[in-house]
Design a protein around this ligand. Structure first.
Ligand code: CP
Length: 311
């Protein structure tokens, strides 16, 4: 998609975006860095609905902040119990309704395929802010933007992804995104029960990207150019006993990072539990806080491209 062809389009899956699309979004995000505090209002008169039927802090608030920064207005459902979904309304009816009130819908839903379904029924563009354990495309875009800012060049880098690789929707979207970059090597580190799915591995093989599986934090810290940590997600386990077996599987701390080859960036989509020790927060590695701000920038870029803001 060129700038022009993002107009009016939904962002449902990272798989719908080409390498050229990714480059366009990254370029627009760079432009947004200079606009964020400029007082310019390219989306004045536009309304974004945030429909979040699963908990969120960063995704919903950064979408809302992005729309406000661009001069647009926001309407929100942040508590599933406060919407008529709690009365049993179908997602398709909810979407058809909300589309009457706004110009674009950013949504999160616990069901896989929910964003695709919403896009089919919506008369306004849908942006997927997380669909079950499946995908989180805007997180992948802000992760990519962060890696690009921190590493300068993504091609040829060795990136470790650690934690819940089975249910981690951010991992699924980011691993696919990285398959678009030549010679990126990924080290997948997870408990055996939370390994990355075959589809992603197949994508990487098809794209000619190398990957490893099953290593430990001790092994990957010295070789990584960047580490993407993720939370073991209690809410995705049917049995709490299964979660208990793996919840402390990986804890990255300052001592372990002494073995790193340099000031390598540590990313995390957040929220974190115990997988990054608090003693990492005051080191050069703690990029996860800068990553949060990049979420606003990248979501500004998407909203502006889709709604055709002129700046
Ligand atoms: N990264 C992320 O999706 O965070 P939230 O769940 O707080 O939106």
């Amino acid at each position: 998609m060129s700038n022009k062809s993002f107009l009016g389009k939904s962002i449902v899956s990272i798989r719908d975006l080409t390498k050229e699309d990714l480059d366009t979004i990254l370029e627009e995000a760079e432009r947004m860095e200079s606009i964020v505090n400029s007082g310019k209002r390219p989306l004045e008169g536009k309304i974004m609905a945030a429909l979040f039927l699963e908990p969120s802090t960063r995704t919903r608030l950064s979408f809302e902040a992005a729309m406000h920064r661009l001069g647009g207005a926001v309407i929100t459902v942040s508590d599933p119990k406060s919407s008529s979904a709690a009365k049993g309304e179908s997602l398709s009816d909810t979407i058809r309704t909300i589309a009457n009130y706004c110009d674009i819908i950013a949504m999160r839903h616990p069901m896989e395929g929910s964003a695709r379904l919403a896009a089919e029924f919506s008369s306004v563009p849908i942006i997927n802010g997380g669909s079950g354990a499946e995908e989180h495309p805007t997180q992948a875009l802000l992760d990519l933007y962060t890696l690009k800012k921190e590493l300068k060049i993504v091609e040829g880098k060795r990136i470790a992804m650690v934690g819940d690789l089975k249910y981690g929707r951010t991992v699924h979207s980011l691993a696919y995104t990285l398959s678009k970059f030549k010679k990126v090597k990924i080290d997948f580190v997870s408990p055996p029960s939370l390994r990355i799915g075959e589809e992603i591995k197949s994508d990487l093989r098809d794209a000619g990207n190398e990957f490893t599986e099953g290593g430990s934090l001790m092994e990957i810290v010295p070789t990584a150019d960047a580490i993407y940590m993720t939370r073991i997600q209690k809410e995705r386990f049917a049995q709490e006993s299964e979660y208990a077996k793996v919840k402390y599987a990986y804890v990255l701390n300052k001592k372990l990072l002494e073995k790193a080859k340099g000031p390598i960036p540590i990313l995390h989509p957040l929220p974190r539990l115990n997988e990054i020790a608090y003693d990492v927060d005051d080191t050069v590695h703690a990029v996860y806080f800068r990553q949060i701000f990049n979420g606003v920038i990248v979501r500004m870029a998407l909203l502006n491209l889709i709604l055709g803001g002129k700046v």
